[in-house]
Write a protein that binds this ligand. Sequence first.
Ligand SMILES: Cc1ncc(COP(=O)(O)O)c(C=O)c1O
Length: 413
Amino acid sequence: MASPNGAATELDIRADFPILTRTLRGRPLVYLDSSSTSQKPESVLAAIDDFYRAHNANIHRGVYPLALEADALFEGARERIAAFTGAPTRSTVFTSNVTAAINLVAYSWARTNLRAGDAVLITEMEHHSNIVPWQLATQATGAQLRYLDVGEDGTLSLQQLDEELARGDVALVALAHLSNVLGTINPIAEIVERAHSAGALVLVDGAQAVPQIPVNVSEIGADFYAWTGHKALGPTGIGVLHADSALLEAMPPFLAGGDMIEAVERQRSSWKELPWKFEAGTTMIAEAVGLGAAVDYLSALGMERVREHERELVAYTLTQLGALPGVRTYGPPSPDDRGGVVSFVVEGVHPHDVAELLGRENVCIRASHHCAQPLMAKLGVAATARASFGPYNVRSDVDALVSAVANAQKVFA
Ligand SMILES: Cc1ncc(COP(=O)(O)O)c(C=O)c1O
């Protein structure tokens, strides 16, 4: 199968990403921070540029031809984005990022449905975006916030899930499909099935999963599935919420204002139909067009191939980093159970020093708590270093990482 730039066999797509030609002090850019944000292919940059140069007008308002072009590009992007994740277009809502998508549910659904005596069940591996909204929602409603543990091997226990569900009070299970720290791929369809059998709804944070593994929202069956465009080769400023349409119909609007109303009277208003009821104000038009181009690019690559490519890179990284004395990696030991993320610590060197020394070699990794402080507390560390992959990474990036980590060890020896 040919990739978008015509390569025939393995993923050889670096030429599609203009930024990857940058050098720093003569060294090539080794970008290993795709879990923070991905780089963008030429086709995404061109789609955004073309929108502003040739089609820019506000949407859902104008009747002149240019405005109708903008409408068609925006709604056409929504259709392709929904199709990419196997979701209905009508219940695919654009938000500004995954954080905003989760907040939409935490305000609109949770504050009207949670009661004292209910529980929201999250996990110790959540990003703050899937913790803090539930802290506020449970505090506002008197519901309880409980956590599923992360085991030594970086996985969740389905037995503990069943025990929690058997308590009979769980109204919502909210969890990551793929951990941004451990890389763990949670058995999401299985979790949804168990939660539904116990009468609980499920929200999935798919921020890391959608860019890395094939995701079919309809097959997963979660009530809410949220993700973010900038990690999936798209621009910043756009996120996606796929939701059960009956739930969306029943939920009150989250943000209110222009474009989400049917009619406004002096004291009351009525709402547009889905998905526009949840898209107040001028939406992220060019960003949707850019994300549409991103999912076209990923579809042409094939998400099975992206997954296999990143699985191989992770396997190679675990072996190579693991061979360095004093380096500890986190997460499931088998690359089959994890996505393209490897968190690690280097004995005797603070993760921030590791990242800074690697930066001097133009090797870009992240060192922090990764917006997962409860998980850091569980792991007993303040921070980790983290290398994360996109489809454009190659084995030589891993070699550069490992060599730079070995050099950092020498500096601190
Ligand atoms: C699992 C997960 N959830 C949520 C987020 C937040 O994404 P955004 O800042 O685009 O809302 C991230 C970003 O790192 C993430 O990895």
